[in-house]
Design a protein around this ligand. Structure first.
Ligand code: ADP
Ligand code: AMP
Length: 215
């Protein structure tokens, strides 16, 4: 299964991708996670990316295209993958198409999650992430059993620097301007599934699985 999860920041891509990786035994490839790891490790790429990420803008296409091209060559992608947060521009989508053709592969589905702007702000301001295993939570919609600790591994939860309201609004505008054109891009390619992302997490999950299993 070769999938893209498309949608604005906070739509639930990461949350749903984690469920799909277990269900289909394929990796989640989150360019945001890869970039944050590079920032943390202070690699040259991380140092360059940080300024764009802190400002809520997009990291240049050539950087993320290179990351994904290399990642797709790894052995665990042999049976498929879930791209989460990539592509985010038409240029990235075109580059992905080229990389897949070079590997004799093709996308099966692009699932677009649709969520209202005010719900996105509420989701992102309340998002918390485990610093050890990366599992996501929400203070109200998906709280951990013990306050500020991960249910899965007991790690402490943190709030992302870019999940502050001002940066969130900038990221939502960047999505509207640069990423939302990919909805018609993939509709034209006949691989798009549009899904109402406003339902609670288990309902979105159930609907996504039934749509994927319907083929
Ligand atoms: P994305 O990867 O698209 O940026 P996340 O999966 O990290 O979004 O979700 C953003 C926040 O919203 C997280 O705190 C998550 O727990 C919460 N969330 C995800 N899906 C839903 C949903 N269907 N209803 C309510 N909250 C959700
Ligand atoms: P995310 O974790 O998907 O919300 O991404 C966090 C930040 O990483 C974004 O606001 C961008 O600055 C950067 N980023 C992640 N993926 C991409 C991408 N495909 N293209 C450009 N920038 C990206």
């Amino acid at each position: 299964m070769k999938l893209i999860l498309l949608g604005p920041p906070g739509a639930g891509k990461g949350t749903q991708a984690k469920m799909l990786t277990e269900r289909f035994s394929i990796p989640q490839i989150s360019t945001g996670d890869i970039l944050r790891a590079a920032v943390k490790d202070k690699t040259p790429m991380g140092l360059k990316a940080k300024q764009y990420m802190d400002a809520g803008g997009l990291v240049p296409d050539e950087v993320v295209v290179g990351i994904v091209r290399d990642r797709l060559q790894e052995a665990d992608c042999i049976n498929g993958f879930i791209l989460d947060g990539f592509p985010r521009t038409v240029a990235q989508a075109d580059a992905l198409q080229t990389s897949l053709e070079e590997m004799d592969k093709a996308l099966d589905r692009v699932i677009s999650l649709d969520v209202d702007a005010e719900a996105l702000v509420e989701r992102l301001t309340g998002r918390r992430t485990c610093k050890d295993c990366g599992r996501g939570y929400h203070v109200q919609f998906d709280p951990p059993r013990v306050d500020a600790l991960c249910d899965a591994c007991g790690g402490s939860l943190f709030q992302r620097d870019d999940d502050q309201e001002e940066t969130i609004r900038k990221r939502l505008q960047v999505y509207a301007d640069q990423t939302s054109p990919l909805i018609s891009y993939y509709r034209d390619a006949d691989v798009l599934i549009e899904l109402d992302g406003m339902q609670p997490i288990p309902q979105v999950q159930e609907k996504m699985l039934s749509l994927l299993q319907a083929g």
